[in-house]
Design a protein around this ligand. Structure first.
Ligand code: AMP
Length: 213
């Protein structure tokens, strides 16, 4: 199973990808998580990505494609993967097509999570994530039991520096301009499946499973 999650920031790509990998033999590959890991580890790639991420802009395609090409070689991804947050531009999608062709592999589905803008802004500004396990909370809809602390491992919850209202508005504009055109790209390959991304997390998951079945 090779799936792409397409959808604006805050549409639930990460949350739903984590639910799928729990129940299926696939791995999640999130370029946002990989970049944050690079920044945490103070790597050269992390330094290059920093200013783009803080402004809510996209990191250049060559950096992203190089990073993804390395990841896709890993044996643990051989059984399948969910791409979360990649590709985000036409050159990235074309780069992925080339990597897949070289590997004689194909994509199964491109899932597009639809959520209205006002809801995305509300979700993102109230989003918190665990600094250790990455579990995602929302202070309004899904708060932790104890303020500022992860229910699962007791680690500190963090507010991503690019989840402020100003940056979120820019990230949504960037999504519309640079990522939405990918729907056409994958529509031509017959891979687009629309999912209603509103409502309860479990209900959204059920809609996704219906499509995957
Ligand atoms: P995310 O966690 O997917 O919302 O990504 C956080 C930030 O990382 C984005 O706002 C971009 O700055 C950067 N980023 C993540 N994935 C990509 C990508 N595929 N192409 C370019 N930039 C990316």
């Amino acid at each position: 199973m090779r799936i792409i999650f397409l959808g604006p920031p805050g549409s639930g790509k990460g949350t739903q990808a984590k639910m799928i990998i729990k129940d299926h033999h696939v791995k999640q590959l999130s370029t946002g998580d990989l970049l944050r890991e690079h920044r945490k580890n103070d790597t050269a790639l992390g330094h290059k990505a920093q200013e783009y991420m803080d402004a809510g802009n996209l990191v250049p395609d060559d950096i992203i494609l190089g990073m993804v090409a390395e990841e896709l070689k890993k044996p643990e991804l051989a059984a399948g993967y969910i791409l979360d947050g990649f590709p985000r531009t036409c050159p990235q999608a074309e780069g992925l097509d080339k990597l897949l062709r070289e590997d004689h592999k194909e994509l199964d589905h491109v899932l597009v999570l639809n959520v209205p803008d006002e809801e995305l802004i509300r979700r993102l500004t109230a989003r918190r994530s665990c600094s250790q396990c990455g579990h995602i909370y929302n202070l309004v809809f899904n708060p932790p039991k104890k303020d500022g602390v992860c229910d699962i491992d007791g680690a500190e919850l963090i507010h991503r520096s690019d989840d402020t209202e100003e940056t979120v508005v820019n990230r949504l504009a960037v999504y519309k301009k640079q990522t939405l055109p990918l729907i056409d790209h994958y529509d031509q390959q017959g891979l687009i499946r629309y999912i209603d991304g509103t409502g309860n997390v479990q209900d959204i998951y059920k809609r996704i499973l219906d499509v995957l079945r």
